[in-house]
Design a protein around this ligand. Structure first.
Ligand code: NAP
Length: 502
């Protein structure tokens, strides 16, 4: 049952002004608009809760994370129903995303039961040394209340109880979530699961609050609130940069862990394209159009050498793409941005390969564009992300130009190389360039489908992310919300239980 309210420290609170959801299908619902006053209350409660939750034992936090996973699963049917109505995503995708979300919570519950994540270091006292050395112990500590922005393109895995929230709660941080206005009902049901988990685990209710969006002042007041110590964000380059700048201009600047945009280039080397034209073409089309292209790891650009194999590849991709029906996008705004992104491509000497035209509605046709390497190198806009199922083939005159294109790429979440046998020496030249550009380098694969595991890096140099040393997926993402503190000459009686048990 949808209440249309905010969850603030265990209370369901409404506000005078309401907004109506814009589902792709099914009925709309009314939701209370978030306000800076609600953000203030949630942040103060999160600070208060930090004094207990931030000092809780890992097994207590693990039980809480496991309980949230259980409560989300219990509401699985309801979440899938409202989630697919709000976002237009098929039920199967939402079920898969729910499994990932629950899996992330359980993974973090396990991760913190092994103290490796604390990176404990100990230098024993050397009283007889000249000068004498005191005993020094180092451990990672949670940093305080964290702001999390729900992402439009992951209504579960990067929203209320998604990866940012799971890693922050695992670290011992408290959380204030700003829900995305594209899926307020989905956010609320997950908030209900959290509310029940808080009560069942007897956790301080201020540990996590969920405020719905509505107006820009909600997100702005959240990142500027003096009690908030870091931000987790996935969204647009423009929105993310605006919030990042607000974080940097605070009296106390705080880290903004933003994942903003990536075109995820694929370099297809000569032997690979000649041996596996059809296989690579169908793999690319599958990855490019998955989820209507609304993934941050969507491989938007393929760089090939300008020869006959490239023409065969383009023909094959064009045929496969032309067989795909238009599909509904997450929001009106996103489909509008997609249409204008495709128009921008056409105006930049990129040849459009398909006749289909996107109409003025929420449905999007996949698109394919082709351009020469020299055009791509001289027009910066061709390297910008078109969020949706649009691909660009860049035909490089020779391998030197391909290398130059790699060098000119801005920061990416992923870079892919397709190679066969004799391509090895070319791949060896590309890898040192690409590993300075992206968080994940893929050989003979496609970047969509991000494994949630210990060795995953989902991040990269700007604008892929605002912190190139961090990841927002996988267990290493907990590091974003921890800070090393060392204790010098400190009696055991004053030390945190994590330090004593190490
Ligand atoms: P968005 O516009 O960046 O919004 C994300 C969140 O940030 C929302 O909660 C939004 O609040 C807030 N926000 C944005 N600008 C703000 C500002 N100036 N001040 C305060 N809060 C602000 O992203 P979106 O709504 O998800 O989608 C819009 C576009 O983002 C898409 O067309 C696509 O280009 C891009 N996108 C990229 C990725 C990716 O992974 N690369 C993922 C999703 C979206 P409101 O609810 O108030 O707007």
């Amino acid at each position: 049952m949808i209440k249309g309210k905010h969850l603030v420290a265990g209370q369901w609170i409404g506000s005078d002004s309401l907004f109506e959801s814009s589902p792709a299908t099914g009925p709309s619902h009314k939701f209370s608009v978030g306000t800076p006053e609600l953000i203030n209350k949630a942040a103060e409660e999160a600070e208060e809760a930090f004094f207990s939750y931030g000092y809780s034992k890992p097994n207590e936090r693990a039980s809480f994370l496991n309980k949230i996973a259980e409560e989300i699963e219990k509401r699985g049917k309801e979440i899938t129903e409202i989630g697919s109505q709000e976002t237009g995503l098929p039920s199967q995708r939402l079920e898969g995303e729910r499994a990932r979300t629950v899996g992330q919570l359980i993974l973090f519950a396990k991760h913190i039961q092994n103290s490796d994540y604390l990176d404990f270091r100990h230098d024993i006292a050397l009283p007889d040394r000249n000068p004498p050395r005191p005993e020094i112990k180092l451990i990672q500590r949670p940093i305080g209340p964290i702001a999390v922005f729900g992402a439009s393109n992951f209504p579960l895995a990067f929203s209320v109880a998604g990866g940012d929230t799971a890693s922050a709660l695992a670290a011992g941080c408290t959380v204030v979530v700003k829900g995305h206005s594209a899926h307020p009902g989905t956010s609320e049901i997950v908030a209900q699961a959290i509310d029940d988990s808080i009560k069942k685990c007897n956790i301080h209710p201020g540990t996590i609050s969920v405020i719905q969006g509505g107006n820009r002042d909600v997100g702005q007041s959240l990142v500027q609130h003096p009690l908030i110590k870091a931000v987790g964000f996935t969204g647009s380059l423009t929105g993310g940069k605006a919030l990042f700048d607000l974080c940097a201009s605070r009296e106390e600047p705080i880290p903004f862990f933003g994942e903003l945009g990536s075109v995820n280039p694929m370099f297809i080397l000569p032997k690979a394209i000649s041996n596996r034209t059809k296989e690579i073409a169908s793999g690319w089309v599958g990855s490019l159009t998955l989820g209507v292209g609304q993934f941050c790891t969507n491989p938007g650009i393929a760089i090939v050498l300008d020869d006959e194999n490239a023409e065969d590849f383009i023909k094959e991709v064009t045929t496969l793409i032309s067989e795909i029906d238009p599909q509904i996008m997450l929001t009106e705004g996103i489909s509008k941005a997609y249409r204008s992104g495709c128009d921008r491509m056409s105006s930049l000497n990129a040849t459009k390969c398909l006749e289909n035209n996107n109409e003025n509605n929420r449905k999007a046709f996949p698109q394919l564009f082709v351009t020469k390497g020299e055009n791509w190198l001289s027009q910066k806009e061709l390297s910008e992300e078109v969020f949706g199922p649009s691909g660009l083939v860049v035909k490089a005159a020779d391998f030197d130009e391909m290398e130059l294109i790699a060098k000119k790429m801005v920061g990416q979440l992923t870079c892919t190389i397709h190679l066969d046998g004799e391509d090895q020496h070319k791949a060896k030249k590309l890898i040192p360039i690409l590993e300075r550009k992206a968080g994940r380098i893929i050989a003979n694969g496609f970047p969509t489908g991000v494994e949630v595991c210990d060795s995953m890096v989902h991040g990269g140099p700007y604008p892929a992310s605002t912190n190139f040393g961090a990841t927002s997926v996988g267990t290493m993402s907990i590091r974003r919300f921890l800070r090393p503190v060392c204790y010098q000459n400190m009696p055991n009686s004053l030390l945190n239980h994590d330090l004593i048990s190490n």
